[in-house]
Design a protein around this ligand. Structure first.
Ligand SMILES: Cc1cc2nc3c(=O)[nH]c(=O)nc-3n(C[C@H](O)[C@H](O)[C@H](O)COP(=O)(O)OP(=O)(O)OC[C@H]3O[C@@H](n4cnc5c(N)ncnc54)[C@H](O)[C@@H]3O)c2cc1C
Length: 445
């Protein structure tokens, strides 16, 4: 705290600072706000933003990279599935943002509230603006819990949970423990989602948990999904359908959750193939994967997005379709592949090579094939490791049939992938398993 000393230089500085702070608070003009500028601006310091930042902060040197990220906490979201199943804690999945952002980059702890790509600048919630030569957009997607009637209130009541957000994920295991009997319902929304496997992974874990704790015969397990198939890739869909048959899980396709009534413990689903017809189910446990969308700030900038509101980039080069100094990575883009951290890692290589070329005014030659991966955890000791490309063709790393449940893949998901994420990916050293795939298949893939 500054001491008040009449007449001293310190006192007058403090008065001046306070005056300026107050003036800035009440000022509607922009004279007191800062104008930052940089060679490379990265918007979002999640999986994509951190990895790109790590690559370029050392390459471009101190102060040339600015990362805008509002959150003080960085979560390894793929761990949320294991937290929901009681296998990890929320603390295991979280590190301070400061510790994962590259030291050479400038971190502005703020939100972008407006993109102005024609002027090469963004506006921040605190009033500052940032001008850039190149920008990488990595702001993920937005969870819209309030798009389902009654859901936000229902999430405060016993039996309703969601692995999708850090504020709810620890409740999932609490609710699994409290479950006694009745319907245990798991949902998949009628929107793009991140990690398309996550809505059903927790269901298989719950099913196994009820078996382990002697309550399986009391549970009626139901998967209500908006999709017309259980999974978008045929090979893994066959395996999962068989799994559901064997474990007595009822799958209702094309059913979208529209309302939750916590007082009656009822969930209402619309039949998407028969608009206006509804299915109402009572629940003892309801795990909700919420509707998701591109962040509103992105949707609001029509020059940057396509008709779905996601960043409009070339599916091959990741360069924006209109602005040749803007690239996108991760969940906020309209890349037609499954939105996962694994996809981000693979996109990083393409982005790095093409951004380097763009900075040198050379042609872009690197091409992203849509590689993505989803470790479909099917219990406390098994996992199907799905890996595929834009065409839904499997791109498996290991020389075994990855369509089968395996303990080895589960161990990798639980122990190896988190290390890979914190120590390699966020430091810019992990660009997907392409090299290992080649080695494991003796150079033939
Ligand atoms: C339950 C669950 C399970 C998952 N399982 C897996 C899995 O097994 N394997 C896998 O590969 N992936 C999995 N994922 C998906 C994976 O976590 C995401 O695909 C990945 O984090 C996407 O990275 P991103 O950088 O695009 O977005 P994020 O990592 O979400 O980062 C976006 C960042 O942008 C910031 N931001 C938002 N708005 C603004 C703004 N206006 N201004 C500035 N910054 C902003 C946010 O604070 C955030 O830090 C899972 C996700 C969930 C929720």
């Amino acid at each position: 705290m500054t001491m008040w000393c009449k007449g001293s230089k310190l006192a007058s500085t403090t008065v001046q600072e306070n005056f300026l702070r107050e003036l800035k608070r009440f000022s509607t003009g922009s004279v007191l706000n800062k104008k930052h500028s940089c060679k490379l601006l990265i918007v979002g310091g999640g999986s994509g933003g951190c990895s790109v930042g790590a690559k370029y902060a050392s390459k471009l040197g101190k102060g040339n990279v600015i990362i805008i990220e509002p959150s003080e906490k960085h979560y390894y979201q793929p761990m949320f599935t294991l937290i929901g199943g009681g296998m990890k804690t929320l603390e295991n999945s979280c590190r301070p943002t400061k510790s994962v952002l590259p030291k050479n980059a400038v971190w502005l702890k703020d939100y972008v509230v407006k993109f102005d790509p024609a002027k090469n600048q963004v506006m921040l919630k605190g009033g500052d603006t940032v001008e850039y030569e190149f920008m990488v957009t990595a702001i993920g997607l937005q969870l819209n819990f309030n798009a389902v009637e009654g859901l936000v209130d229902a999430l405060k009541t016993p039996g309703v949970c969601s692995n999708y957000a850090p504020e709810y994920v620890t409740k999932t295991f609490e609710d699994l423990k409290k479950f006694k009997e009745g319907n245990a319902i798991f949902t998949f929304p009628n929107t793009p989602v991140k990690c398309a496997g996550a809505p059903q992974k927790i269901m298989y874990i719950a099913e196994h948990y009820f078996r382990k704790t002697g309550r399986r015969d009391k549970a009626n397990i139901i998967y209500n999904t908006s999709l017309p198939v259980i999974f978008g890739v045929k090979k893994y869909a066959c395996a999962l359908n068989q799994l559901c048959d064997e474990r007595g899980i009822k799958v209702n396709l094309r059913h979208n959750l529209i309302k939750v009534d916590p007082a009656k413990k009822e969930a209402v689903f619309e039949n998407l193939d028969s608009p206006g017809s509804y299915m109402t189910l009572d629940y003892s446990l309801l795990h909700v994967s919420p509707p998701m969308s591109a962040p509103k700030v992105l949707q609001d900038c029509k020059e940057l997005v396509d008709s779905t509101g996601f960043l409009d980039v070339s599916k091959d080069t990741l360069l924006h379709k209109k602005f040749d100094n803007i690239f996108g990575i991760g969940d906020c883009t309209n890349l037609p592949t499954s939105k996962t951290g694994a996809a981000v890692a693979s996109q990083l290589r393409t982005l790095r090579l093409n951004l380097d070329s763009r900075m040198k005014n050379e042609e872009l030659t690197a091409k992203y094939l849509g590689y993505t991966s989803c470790p479909l955890v099917t219990g406390y000791n098994s996992c199907i490791l799905a890996e595929f490309d834009y065409n839904g063709a499997p791109m498996e790393t290991f020389p075994v049939d990855q369509g089968k449940e395996r303990l080895s893949m589960f161990m990798m998901k639980k122990y190896i992938m988190p290390e890979l994420y914190w120590n390699l990916m966020l430091r810019g050293y992990w660009e997907g398993p392409a090299i290992f795939r080649k080695i494991m298949h003796l150079g033939f893939r």
